[in-house]
Design a protein around this ligand. Structure first.
Ligand SMILES: Nc1ncnc2c1ncn2[C@@H]1O[C@H](COP(=O)(O)OP(=O)(O)OP(=O)(O)O)[C@@H](O)[C@H]1O
Ligand SMILES: [Mg+2]
Length: 269
């Protein structure tokens, strides 16, 4: 199941040491149900702010956000967020993390035996999808970064969210683990059929994963360019070496450089 997201004329400003920062300036974007959109742009262009607004963790000053045509009011079980720093419960096992978060989200601990069985079956199939079955009884500090992030994704998927929001989820991982995670998340996308909004600094990641790449620009935070990604949804690692891929990647990187206001590509990292 998936749902559309409609972002209508959103503005959000912050007070930063007496100065007003316009983090988002009249942002409009329609994301179709079942679409995979990636958000890129120079540091400070409002990517995390936009994601938090979609999650309902923050409210806009102006404008509104609709999910499947209904204005959101705060967080909801239809949306799940995965952050960069996985934030697992260290005192719970892998399986415990996946199960407990689901109950936390649903605000229900008084499950019947059959509901409990249903949840355990769902958790097991997600751990299987994530390649974590062997470590389901391990604790977070016994896992590698890539494994922890897979637990965080399994946890987010537990309540079958219609919308999966990811804020630089692979930012802390090495390049090889990251590539493995890319194919895994595409697999999740194909199987779970959620709408995905994925924030990243990494343009290659954005082009490899996204059906559209939304490029934002800072000061004020806004949408600058939306790129249609012309590759089919089944993507293979060597796509990253194809001329058409490199061409698009270069165009996006150049535009980030132009909009960052700093004048070098380091500003995009
Ligand atoms: N809670 C807050 N209080 C004050 N200013 C904030 C707050 N959250 C965001 N901002 C400001 O809003 C702007 C956008 O921040 P945001 O975190 O959305 O950017 P970003 O695109 O996610 O950047 P990065 O790529 O570095 O993560 C920045 O100028 C930031 O300082
Ligand atoms: Mg951010």
């Amino acid at each position: 199941m998936s749902r559309s997201i409609t972002i209508k004329d959103i503005s959000r400003s912050f007070d930063l040491g007496g100065r007003t920062v316009l983090a988002l300036d009249r942002v409009n974007l329609n994301i179709a149900a079942g679409e995979f959109v990636t958000l890129v742009g120079a540091s400070g262009c409002g990517k995390s702010t936009l994601l938090r607004l979609i999650a309902g963790l923050d409210e806009p000053d102006l404008g509104m956000i609709e999910v499947a045509g209904v204005e959101i009011e705060g967080p909801g079980v239809d949306r799940a967020m995965v952050f960069q720093n996985y934030s697992l419960f260290p005192w719970l096992s892998v399986l415990g993390n996946v199960l407990f978060s689901r109950r936390l989200v649903a605000n229900r601990y008084d499950l019947t035996a059959s509901e409990r069985d249903g949840e355990t079956a769902r958790a097991s199939s997600l751990l299987d999808l994530m390649g974590l079955t062997r470590v389901q009884d391990a604790y977070p500090d016994q896992l590698s970064g890539g494994m922890r992030q897979r637990v965080a994704i399994a946890r987010a998927l537990m309540s079958r969210p219609a919308i999966l929001l990811m804020d630089e989820p692979f930012g802390a991982l090495d390049a090889q683990t990251r590539e493995v995670m890319h194919d895994l998340i595409l697999d999740v996308f194909a199987k779970e059929k959620s709408t995905i909004v994925f924030v990243t600094h990494d343009v290659e990641e954005a082009v490899y994963l996204g059906q559209r790449v939304v490029l934002m620009a800072p000061q004020p935070g806004r949408i600058d360019t939306v790129y249609e990604v012309p590759f089919e949804s089944q993507r293979l690692p060597d796509l990253r070496l194809e001329p058409e891929f490199l061409h698009l990647k270069r165009a996006v990187m150049q535009r980030i450089r132009e909009t960052s206001g700093v004048g070098n590509v380091a500003a995009a990292h």
